[in-house]
Design a protein around this ligand. Structure first.
Ligand code: IMP
Ligand code: MG
Length: 177
């Protein structure tokens, strides 16, 4: 089956919202530094754009996890594929995610980072599908709440493709003629 991508959130709207979140973070952390932790790979595009719009000093680190379980359902048991390079203690950590779905992977990840003793820890996600939540996670900054549809672009993939789309799109499968 071929796929067709339809625009859900335009590039202009995504950029505008990231600017607003950047301004909000800059205001809330005025006079302090923030340490952005990107959850690879999906969070990378959002983190770069967000970091450019934060005016307080920013440091960056990256983490990659994989969730045990089937392709469609994360189990919440997480394997660390790439751990952080730097300690987080006494830093204002902001975890930057592409999307929160069931919340299973993220709640495990947040707990793990919390145990390492950051000064503060907040969560920032570009997209949130609240209807899909299984595990309660507190989100501090949300770009957009979206319906329960499979989306791609701005870092999000379908079978590793479409991460580079500059907008958020919905994947529609079409019968090939
Ligand atoms: P969960 O919150 O533990 O269920 O897993 C969230 C992860 O599933 C995200 O970080 C994405 O990698 C992936 N994911 C969830 N929904 C979508 C989607 O609509 N498009 C692409 N990836 C998704
Ligand atoms: Mg992700």
């Amino acid at each position: 089956m071929a796929e067709k991508i339809s625009v859900l959130i335009s590039e202009e709207d995504v950029d505008k919202r990231i600017q607003e979140i950047g301004e909000q973070i800059s205001k809330e952390f005025e006079g302090q530094e923030v340490h952005l932790i990107c959850v690879l790979r999906g969070g990378s595009f959002f983190m770069c754009e967000l970091a450019k719009r934060i005016t307080v000093p920013v440091t960056l680190d990256f983490m990659q996890v994989s969730s045990y379980g089937s392709e469609t359902k994360s189990s919440g048991v997480v394997k660390i594929v790439k751990d952080l390079d730097d300690p987080v203690n006494d830093k204002n950590v902001i975890v930057v995610e592409d999307i929160i779905d069931s919340g299973r992977t993220l709640s495990y990840l947040l707990e793990m980072i919390r145990k390492r003793g950051p000064k503060s820890m907040t969560l920032c996600t570009l997209l949130d599908k609240p209807e899909r939540r299984v595990v309660d996670v507190h989100v501090d900054y949300t770009g957009f709440e979206i319906p329960d549809k499979f989306v791609v672009g701005y870092g999000l993939d379908y079978d590793q493709r479409y991460r580079n789309l500059p907008y958020i799109g919905v994947v529609e499968l079409e019968e090939e003629s």
